[in-house]
Design a protein around this ligand. Sequence first.
Ligand SMILES: NC(=O)c1ccc[n+]([C@@H]2O[C@H](COP(=O)([O-])OP(=O)(O)OC[C@H]3O[C@@H](n4cnc5c(N)ncnc54)[C@H](OP(=O)(O)O)[C@@H]3O)[C@@H](O)[C@H]2O)c1
Length: 315
Amino acid sequence: MTTPATKTSILLTGANGSLGTYTALQIAKHHPISHHLILAARNPTDVNSKNLTALLDALGNGVTYAFFALDLASLASTRAFVAELRSQLETGVIPPLHAIINCAARVAFTPEPYTVDGFHPIYQINYLAPWVLTTGLVGNLVEGKGMVVNVTSSARGMGGVGYFDDEGIAKGEPGEVTKEEGSLGGLTTYGSAKLMMAHPGKTPPSIILFDPGTISSVSRASTHKPLLLRLIIHMVSTIAPIARLLGTRSLFHDVEVPANALCKLVCEAELGGGRTGLWYLGDEIVGGKEEVGEEDARRCWERTVGVLGMEEMSV
Ligand SMILES: NC(=O)c1ccc[n+]([C@@H]2O[C@H](COP(=O)([O-])OP(=O)(O)OC[C@H]3O[C@@H](n4cnc5c(N)ncnc54)[C@H](OP(=O)(O)O)[C@@H]3O)[C@@H](O)[C@H]2O)c1
């Protein structure tokens, strides 16, 4: 393998989560020379971050990486992260930015406190803050080649782009708990934020939506899953090997499958570079469908700019 003249960076949020960990490992294993990993984690010193650090170091293949603290439930933390990263990118401390992978997410099935910024936690963690991050860093992407990958979910089918506003739950007093929504409500808030991540916004040059399918390993993205949901996940995990044998592999798979697909998508230019709106489900390319129509996308973007304040979008 020839050493590329320029090493570029890949930013991965939720790097210490299930999909994040395996994606970081795939990139580190297969592209240690061409890519530097920027690993954003809510807690870069927790057990999962330490586990990823140990796995990366054990590769012994010269891969370079750095952990950064990022709490998407705080816009101040998100902006501080963006400012720090921009400073390091612009002064050449870290290699030019090739890709932003918005992988971090949260699902909640019981009421949770509104964020310190006064937003519904799912709305902010899964949608608003990733947009602050993306908008703040998009200008630092390598010109003509950089890409933004938003990790989505089939739960987007249960959501609506105006859900948080229409239900009157978008904003609340910081610390006040959100209203009881039940498991379907939990999936609807999660799905709505995921659907909103599918609109193209205005600035990013290339937004690719990546659907990992159902991952048949433990995800930490939710708390207090209802019993029925836990049973379904257990069943899915149990029948996954059979389902995959029968050919429905895009529905159920081990985390390595979408992690490998995500790695290929980001690191192999002929797959991802310059394309918009493609859906990758697991390791299959399933089409170029735009999930959010033009009018919905425009309204969604205007609302986003409105709640965050246009000038606040540039960090
Ligand atoms: N698992 C599935 O079957 C499935 C299916 C479809 C789509 N997805 C999507 O795949 C992605 C990865 O999911 P996963 O299964 O790997 O979940 P996971 O293991 O729970 O990972 C979620 C990650 O998001 C981070 N996160 C949560 N709240 C955060 C915050 N406030 N600030 C910063 N980071 C935060 C978590 O950090 P902490 O550990 O600190 O909380 C964790 O690193 C998500 O976007 C999810 O929606 C998953």
